[in-house]
Design a protein around this ligand. Structure first.
Ligand SMILES: [Zn+2]
Length: 500
């Protein structure tokens, strides 16, 4: 079945009404464009650069990279390593304290730290202003490479008359980054940053760290922060690769122990001291060589601990920041660990999604609806359906059937090439299949009224009620309707029902 037929019953502001592919728009302009050449909506004078054919640009970037490498190789390795460590620490500190920072700077520094491991650096230049110049040069290079990646995966398109077109849905994704605080300092709109803060607060209990405590338990309270860090580190393909650690519970224990033993702003550790800390905290069960090759000397992954040729330079903020990220990636268990970090984070997300359902119920109640406290399961003739929320308002004879979807985007789906498939069309998690299921619930509801008259103790004839069907989402959804199902973000859902 082609895309148009699959999405025939769908309304969306983000899809072309003619071919149902993703729309693009110019920043600050209202007109949307379809980029499908075979589509009737396509404007023939609009031609986009094919970044894969941009050999000149690639050559230019390669030259810039070689120049930067050359400049790095002329530095005094020890001092330059210390400088980068210090710069990264400043960003890490700001992320932990303020919840926002110049993330791109952090990611660019991570790349430079890998270069530090892989280049043969024997220079003697130690001028601070030169270090800063190299760093800014590299950040500029990194930024351009990210822009090229954005073009490659069609988040952004550049027309031949040099206008930038963004995926229209990108505005929603930017808002989503903002709710997680993943925006550069000063860019964010504080109001939307804290839109869902209440929900994560409710799933959080303050816990103090005690030795011997289950690690996952300590970090559970940070689950939304952990999710945010994942989006930062995995926003681009090149940064995902840079952070593709596969940590065991033991690795995290060691890094945590290290962070707690740091007393000064920045400390310089000798090989023997780090080895000793490792052996004590792993009770001899780990492999120190493997540990440092993954987290210090890797030629592909960003070093969490910086080695300056003599010392391991460590600071608490940087290590804590990376631990938060590692917890979310922890899939390998060690003896005595009762659940992986990834599982615990998942559990927390489910908890948040139940609270979200509760918010929906509460809103309907203040609007005069009688609402079930728990999902209602009804079966008849081998067919079974679960209803998250059913609200009944007797005086106006209204019934609402609501399905709550408190879900974030998967980091890999946030490109022009994957968004439609992963967020909308995916058989398991896609919004379309959710909508089809919910439409089936409505059909079932109408087919077996007697079951519901009893279940909901309706006071009037079933036929006399007006039934509306909703899917309520955490972020503005890609589609706004499927057949009789309205699909809407929480705030808009609330505005559709007046408080009494
Ligand atoms: Zn089109």
């Amino acid at each position: 079945m082609n895309l148009y037929h699959k999405l025939k019953w769908v309304d969306s502001n983000y899809l072309c009404p003619n071919c149902k592919r993703l729309l693009y728009s110019r920043i600050g302009e209202k007109e949307d464009v379809c980029i499908e050449r075979n589509c009737l909506m396509y404007l023939s004078d609009l031609i986009f650069h094919d970044v894969n054919q941009a050999y000149g640009l690639r050559k230019e970037m390669e030259e810039t990279e070689s120049e930067l490498k050359l400049r790095i190789m002329q530095t005094d390795r020890k001092l330059f390593a210390g400088f980068l460590q210090q710069q990264r620490k400043i960003v890490a500190k700001s992320i932990l304290r303020e919840g926002e920072a110049l993330f791109k700077r952090l990611l660019a520094i991570d790349e430079m730290l890998v270069l530090l491991n892989s280049l043969n650096i024997e220079g003697s230049k130690h001028d601070l202003s030169l270090f800063e110049e190299i760093m800014h040069g590299y950040m500029d290079f990194f930024d351009k490479m990210c822009f090229i990646e954005d073009m490659e995966n069609k988040r952004v398109l550049l027309s031949t008359d040099n206008r930038v077109y963004m995926l229209k849905y990108w505005n929603v994704i930017m808002q989503f980054y903002q709710t997680y605080g993943i925006v550069a300092a000063g860019e964010s709109d504080r109001e939307s940053v804290f839109r869902y803060a209440e929900i994560s607060k409710q799933t959080r209990e303050k816990k103090e760290f005690q030795l011997g405590m289950e690690l996952g338990e300590l970090f559970e309270q940070e689950f939304d922060f952990i999710a945010a860090i994942k989006y930062v580190f995995e926003r681009y393909h090149r940064t995902s690769k840079l952070h593709s650690y596969d940590p065991s519970g033991l690795d995290i224990v060691v890094l945590l122990a290290l962070s707690f033993s740091i007393k000064d702003d920045v400390e310089y550790w000798l090989h023997e001291s780090l080895n000793r800390l490792y052996t004590i905290n792993t009770k001899g069960k780990g492999n120190f060589g493997q540990f440092i090759s993954e987290y210090v000397f890797s030629l592909e992954k960003a070093p969490i601990i910086v080695f300056d040729g003599e010392f391991y330079i460590v600071d608490r903020e940087t290590i804590l920041l990376y631990i938060n990220y590692l917890i979310g990636r922890n899939r390998r268990m060690v003896e005595g660990q009762s659940g992986t970090g990834a599982e615990r984070i998942m559990k927390k997300k489910q908890e948040a999604s139940r609270i979200f359902e509760k918010y929906i119920r509460n809103h309907l109640r203040v609007c005069g609806f009688k609402v079930n406290d728990e999902p209602i399961v009804v079966s008849e003739h081998n067919e079974q359906h679960e209803y998250d929320v059913i609200g009944v308002k007797e005086d106006t004879r209204e019934i609402v059937l609501v399905e709550a979807k408190y879900r974030d985007f998967s980091p890999s789906s946030l490109t022009g090439e994957t968004l439609l498939q992963q967020e909308l069309l995916d058989q398991e998690n896609g919004l379309l299949s959710e909508a089809i299921k919910h439409q089936a619930r409505l059909v079932f509801f109408r087919k077996y009224p007697e079951r519901f008259i009893h279940e909901l103790s309706l006071k009037s004839l079933f036929k006399s009620y007006f039934v509306s069907t909703w899917i309520v989402t955490k972020h503005p959804p890609l589609i706004s309707r499927y057949k009789q199902v309205s699909i809407t973000v929480f705030d808009d859902f609330c505005n559709s029902f007046k408080v009494r």
